[in-house]
Structure formats: C-alpha cells, structure tokens
Design a protein around this ligand. Sequence first.
Ligand SMILES: *Cc1c(COP(=O)(O)O)cnc(C)c1O
Length: 441
Amino acid sequence: MSNVLNERDRAASSCPQSEALYARACRVIPGGVSSPVRAFRAVGGTPLFMERGAGAYIFDADGRRYLDLVCSWGPLIAGHAHPEVVAAVSAALARGTTFGAPCAGEVELAERVVAAYPAVEQVRFVSSGTEAVMSAIRVARAFTGRDLIVKFAGCYHGHADHLLVAAGSGLATFGRPSSAGVPEAFTACTRVLPLDDESALRALFAREGASIAAVVIEPVPANHGLLPQRAEFLAALRELTRQHGALLIFDEVICGFRLARGGAAEVLGIRPDMATFGKVIGGGMPVGAFGGARAMMARLAPDGDTYQAGTLSGNPVAMAAGLATLDLLERTAGWQRLEMLGAELESLLKPVLARAPFPIHLVRTGSLFWMSFHASGAPRTAAALTAHDTARYGALFHAMLARGIYLPPSAYEGCFLSLAHTSPDLKVFVHALDESLAAIA
Ligand SMILES: *Cc1c(COP(=O)(O)O)cnc(C)c1O
C-alpha cells in the first residue's frame, strides 16, 4: 500500500522500532503475531507494536501517539488504563494472581450478570469468548439431547473446530470447514445459513428442526463489518427455535455490556435461551462467560454430566477488572454516554462521507460503527468486498495512520468508541477522515 502514500504520509509512517520487533517476531511467532488480523495483511505494511495506552490513545514502540478506534477489538469500553480499573487490578494483584479455588470476585461478577441479563439465571466464567461459545453449545447439546447447531455466514463465534465453517450463500449448506486442520466430520453437525433470510431459516427447520440443538447468532453481527438485522428476521428466529425445541444462543461477546446493561437482548427486546459474553465483561483481561436458565446450567459438572473446566477460570485479577468496568458503566450512565457519543459521531461523519470521492456507508449501533466500502450500499448479509474496495480501505487506513488515527486493519472490521473518547476526539477523527479521503481520491 505504500505506493498510495504521498511524501508526507510516507515520512510520517516510518516505524523503525516496530519494524525491528516485527522482524524478530516473524522468526519465532507464526506471521509475527498472536492473532492473525493484527498482522496488517489486509491493509499492507508493518504491524505497529504498541507500548502503552492512556484513555482513547495508544502509543507505539516508536513513541508515536494514535487515537484508538480499535480499543483492543472491544474490551476497552473504559478506554486504556482507566485509573479505576488499574486500581482494582493492582489491589487484586497484590493479594495473589490465582488460587485455583473459588473467590468472592466470581460471585460478585456472576451476580452482576444475572441481575443485568434476564435470560441468564446462572453463569460460568471461562478465559475467552471462544471457550464461552464452545461451552454454551456443549450445554445446549446436553440439554436438548440433539446434535445439530446452526450458525450464520459472517458471524464469528471464536475458533472452536465446529464453528469454523465457511459461508454458504442463499441456501443452507452442509458445514464445510473453512480452516485446514478441521476434519469434515467435526463440522458435519454444523449448518450454516445466510443472515437476513427467513425462508432459508424456515426451510432448514422444516427439514431438520427435530435434530437442532441450538441456533447461535451474534444478535448484532459485528465480525463482518456491522450487519444489524431486521426485527422480523430475529423474531422469526426466536419463534422457530421455540416451536422446534431448539435453544437460541445469543453470542453477546461484543454486544454484551456494550450496547446496554442487558446487551443486545435488551436493545432488541428478545429473550434468548442462553448467552455468551467476553470482551467488555473482562475489562481488558481474559474473561469469557456463558449462561442460561438454571435447568440448562445444571447440566454442568460437578452437579451434571457435562464436563467443562479451566485452570484460570474466574481468575481474581480478571474478575476485578470486569467488576471495576461494570461499576464505572453503571455509576456514570455509561451506556447513555456511549450512545450520545455514537450519535454525535454519526452527525459529524454524515457531511464528510457525503462528499467522499467514492461511496462509503456508515452503519452504527450505539458505540459500534462501520464504514462500509461496498459500492452497492451497506449489506445485511456477509457480502464480499471487491479487491478494489479493500485496496481503497488499505489506502484510507494508511492515510489515517499517518494522521495519528488507528483504524482496524481490515475493511471487514468495525470501530469501537469508549468512555474515554471525547467530542474533541471525534472532531479530530472526522477531520482526519475528510483529509484522508481527499488524499486517496
Ligand atoms: C471476539 C469474539 C469471539 C471470540 O472471543 P475470543 O475471546 O477472541 O476467543 C466470539 N464471538 C464473538 C461475537 C466475538 O466477537
């Protein structure tokens, strides 16, 4: 992408420390990264190694400061190193990092989740969103005595084998692994449907409804851009799962405790049977959680026959980070503030996007937003971008980086606002976007 940068941008983009670290990393870490999208492959260039964060800003290894619109992909709803979160973590740290025994923090955080989310009567903690979804599905299968699970193309539920399944378009497809190393037998019980398509949903339930243990969906899909669904589609999903005795699992790993205290379920007014959490619930520490009705969760060991465990699950330091973050959100009307911030950004962005040299469509739900580069408009399904569109996004990404703005390094990833972002930050962002769009035209 460096060929699309002008002189000023090229000069601003040199990052010798990150380059040196990346060269070392590539020798000992596959692709130089611990999670693939961090490698900048979708936008080109050298991934920036980050050294510290403060509020809405991050600082790279070369000492350059960026306004952060990634927020660690969602967890940092309070911003980087929020003093209250840091204090809570430090206090917990001083008492010990892990006990391998129950601790009060788990009880407190579980009580918070149960109070916030009516569908969840009991909850168990794990260390990632991946584990949360994997475990919820195991419980759903045990509870229903059925094997099939249904997911939607474009929804991400972590990297468990049976959920790494490619998109089928139009019709339900039998699950085919979209990753090497996943035997077809492992995904044989997974069905993939397109989003936004009631008739495909009805057809699948008519055919296999009696074998479906659960349908898992991101209630506001946010892993293939942002694809808010029609209320009618979600209502049909709720109705069909209920009719056929299948569980509806809301994967709230992104939306939970971000869109509202009661997550997307509260915003949409739909009660799922189970829900999974991650990201915000850990306040920047590795935490996931899954829960549902008592009768479902009772299937878990030690009371039930369904095994699930974790050496660091319910970790006291991680629980402290989650609790401090939820405290802050509740005490400061955080969810209202985030919605106001999102609305302000939307009104600032509108005129800038309207005069952009090519079509860009803003999609926003609360503090989540996505600038869709689809020439044909913002999609509601997992539509692929053309190579031309992704190249444009790469150019924009680097033009913004040169202006001190850190966007997600992929056209398919949405942006996150935090409580640390201010009105002046939004103006800086929008101004840089205006300039960058002109620069790459
Ligand atoms: C991030 C994410 C996951 C996976 O969580 P990890 O903590 O990365 O394992 C699962 N579901 C959704 C909706 C996510 O956004």
